[in-house]
Design a protein around this ligand. Structure first.
Ligand code: HEC
Length: 161
């Protein structure tokens, strides 16, 4: 709909050549729809609230959420799955590397609100892409799972939530 508008105005204004090819429009549509979807769900659910189910979070982590592609099966970095060659080399080249989610000391994100946002929106500037297929509840479940990981190896660091 808006894509058509773009093309039309591009065609009318002769001084600016309309260089909007179908590919670019497609990319733009993906970005636009992904964005509004993310914004809509972010407005509905409050990231802070909602109890997560850690067991469900674990299966999301090792499944639909594909977190294990980069963070390893059950969040053990040395337990990466067998991926297609190009995916595997993409993961191997990530810089910064995916952090060890069971090692609270090496983690930078300190609150679930921020974690929620980074899982929903992806880590800008890193290899962690946004996952629009996860619902708010999915993310709460992931957060509950991540919390059990941190506390299982945690020594004593009360500042980490
Ligand atoms: C494409 C690889 C990739 C995938 C898939 C991925 N991550 Fe990440 N993740 C990263 C990288 C790389 C970082 C580190 C970014 C940085 O240091 O700035 C990161 C950081 C994080 C952090 C912040 C750690 C900290 O420093 O406190 C959390 C939490 C996290 N990921 C959880 C997840 C979850 C949950 C999923 C699945 C929904 C997921 N990740 C999927 C690569 C990935």
């Amino acid at each position: 709909m808006e894509g058509e508008g773009l093309m039309q105005s591009g065609g009318r204004k002769r001084e600016r050549p309309a260089r909007i090819g179908p590919g670019l429009v497609l990319v733009w549509l993906m970005v636009a729809t992904g964005w509004s979807a993310g914004l809509a769900t972010a407005a509905q659910g409050s990231p802070a609230g909602g109890a997560g189910d850690a067991a469900r979070g674990r299966s999301l982590f090792n499944g639909k959420g594909i977190c294990f592609y980069c963070h390893g099966l059950d969040a053990y970095p040395d337990r990466l799955p067998q991926l297609a060659q190009d995916t595997a080399s993409f993961v191997a080249r990530l810089d910064p590397k995916p952090p060890h989610l069971r090692e609270p000391k090496g983690l930078k994100v300190t609150g679930d609100k921020e974690r929620f946002r980074l899982i929903r929106e992806g880590h800008v500037g890193t290899g962690m892409f946004p996952d629009a297929s996860l619902s708010d509840q999915d993310i709460h479940d992931l957060l509950a799972y991540l919390a059990t990981l941190r506390s299982s190896s945690e020594t004593k660091d009360e500042s980490r939530r």
